[in-house]
Design a protein around this ligand. Sequence first.
Ligand SMILES: [Mg+2]
Length: 278
Amino acid sequence: MTLVPALKTFETDLLSKFGHVSTWVFDLDNTLYPSDSGLWPQINQRVTLYLAALTGLDGLSARALQRYYYHRHGTTLRGLVEESAIDPTPFLEFVHDVDRSGLSRDAPLAREIERLPGRRLIFTNGSRDHALRTVAELGLDGLFEDAFDIVASGLVPKPAAPAYDAFFDRYGVDPASAAMFEDLAKNLQTPKARGMTTTLVAPRADQRDDRDAADGEGSGAGYVDFVTDDLAGFLRRVNDRLVAPAHKPSRPNRPAPPSPGDRRRRSRPLRGARGLRA
Ligand SMILES: [Mg+2]
């Protein structure tokens, strides 16, 4: 897949779109790992299993219910909470109890995320524990300040606008100086409207896409600034345009200590995530 801007303007666009960015926000699933890694189908299947056990439906009917919830409420969990008032904790634990051994450590991506000038955060519709375990498997642990999850957003998922506002408020992020990386175009609409620079992370043309068929749509939307099928390569070009050359080892950016009355709620960086594993 080619990048949306013509190549002759690409380097200029990188500076104008990312030169002011001080907070880098990443979706987790199918963004920080490839869509054909086999992880997402496991989560999807476990959502179906949970629904089947909860409702007594057969597999096909449970999958149909899952799709209904997804399209009506944004996530199955939101649908279950809205329509059946379930406890979200067992659901989140069950659906994220997956085998992550198919994921590979992504050294190029780790290197480029570490080079980014500013704060780095994960914003996921999944659980924080899932984010911790997944970034550890990818070799990305220790690179993010925190992971904002579906519980932190009050169970309101992206792309609902209140989820983004809760995220901005929690970390004191000014969206006008932030960038968002996502595999779902629809999740970039509100970030763009709030002033963020938006990048859609799409599968390669030859890559299996295990997501919902509609999830591959929207790459040409006006609220998508860039499209890439190689996140590490894209970030390398951004970093090369913005910061020191790659051969110079860079230090992790450390957030400034909060001032009195600062509304930012800083959590421990996502270090030592492996310690959470059984
Ligand atoms: Mg995703």
